[in-house]
Design a protein around this ligand. Sequence first.
Ligand code: PLP
Length: 423
Amino acid sequence: MKGSALSALGRRTAPPPISWLMQAALSRPQLISLAAGFTDNATLPVEISRKVLNHVLRSPQTGRPALQYGITTGETNLRQLTARHLQKHDAADATSRSHFWEQVMITGGSQQLLYMTLEALCDEGDFVLVEDPTYFVFLSILQSRGLRARSVRLERDGLDLAHLETVLQRLKKSGELRRVKALYLISYFHNPTGVTTSFGKKRGIVKLLKKFERTAGHPIYLIEDAAYRELRFKGPDIKSALMVPGATERVIYAGTYSKPYAPGARVGFGLLPEPLFTTVQRIKGNHDFGTANLLQQLIAGALKTGLYDRHVAKIEKRYGQKAQVMKQALAEHFPTNVEIWEAGGGLYFWSRLPKHISTGVKSKVFHAALKNDVLYVPGELCYADDPARKKPDHEMRISFGSASEENIREGIKRLGAVLRKFL
Ligand SMILES: Cc1ncc(COP(=O)(O)O)c(C=O)c1O
């Protein structure tokens, strides 16, 4: 049959760029993947989870609520624990308006929150500002929903504020500012570059968004994605944008228990100002009317008993160690004209080759790497379509998250040998 029953969104949605990378990893068991954004398998909290779940399921009285549907916004207990958890990170006053537990929504990973937030804010053709580069799954949501991205240059301490102003100014001049709904910022150990945004820059971003929203005629939100915040092994914690004076009504904070605890439990959370909280709550009512209760109880139990904090302290050390192994291997095996952005947390290092060497999926470097059984994420996948610049394609995201120390050493050695042939 010629006609398609698919919706415009269904027809438009492109295959995820990462799916075939994952496929390549699965179909070649000898391949070392430095591409996956998976967490460290060996440290997943099996014992802790068993202990907490045993406690939850110790009797019908305690077990049944966990095995029943819950409420759309999440279990009150976990919402309160989450608010307290975030207050602690931000060194916020317990009465701080920016951290009210009533603003916390528990979601199926932070991914669901990001998706629902865009559903709540954006119509087809609207603009979202993103860091250049950014998280490729976020770009896939934009593509699927028919939204337009405008990219803002990234510096080693976060967004280039002068460039943000230029981008906003350009949109104002073209009369398109009213279509700008949000800026998406991965503020801690950014995926893919490892960059952390300074608090000063967060303040600067809020100020600029507020300045331009007067012309836009509506709020322009800052979506702060803090997915990697708790995987910090170097440097101090930086306060979230919620702590910028006057920002409470404009910041959507997306957090997750996936990276620090267990991606398999897939519990995330958001702090949302009104009217977004109510709108996203209604949308979530249509998505799933509540995140799995048993998983929420698991996270709540781990938080309440202090087992969660102990676990995070342990994995921070582990990631620090693995990052160090990667750093040493890079120093030993990579050509010296490859620039490395080393992260103080998260799962990734960013590697920049001279501009004339392509690392894209069709490049010789990528194919040679695959032939030598090592996989990385080509940087080009992390760049939005933006008419203002050509997509860079000379970079690589390399992860120390899931590979063992031995495989990190061997993977970097293989990749280094490939690069030496081209440089
Ligand atoms: C930047 C960023 N945000 C959000 C997510 C989604 O994480 P989750 O849905 O497991 O909370 C990821 C996952 O890799 C990510 O890298």
